[in-house]
Design a protein around this ligand. Structure first.
Ligand SMILES: [Zn+2]
Length: 111
């Protein structure tokens, strides 16, 4: 895992209250994924919580972007949300983080 991904995981785990879990990212080949139509190939990202070992497994065919990290962790944090709700919530979380960041930068300038 790259340092950037580790930092993002750390950040969003703490925002979402999931710091007690160890996140393991497992990179698989698209050929290892079989879709409902029984074709293989194409991007896939999924997440599994192992309560017993306190691990969150993210299975992915490609390198993780920040949106992916927030999205998958949200599925664990809010298991009752469906995929569509998670997409919207991910957008608004990243948006408010960026807003906070911009406000912080403008405060710095005013000084
Ligand atoms: Zn989803």
């Amino acid at each position: 895992m790259s340092n950037k991904v580790l930092r993002k995981l750390d950040y969003w785990q703490s925002i979402l209250g999931l710091s007690e879990y160890r996140v393991i990212v497992s990179r698989v080949s698209p050929l290892q994924i079989t879709h409902h139509d029984e074709k293989t190939g194409g991007d896939f990202i999924g997440v599994v919580l192992d309560e017993k070992s306190r691990e969150i497994w993210i299975i992915t065919t490609r390198s993780l972007q920040e949106e992916d990290i927030v999205h998958e962790l949200l599925h664990i944090r809010e298991p009752k949300m469906d995929h569509g709700e998670v997409v919207l919530e991910t957008e608004s979380l990243i948006f408010s983080r960026n807003q906070m960041h911009l406000e912080f930068l403008s405060l710095q300038k005013e000084r």
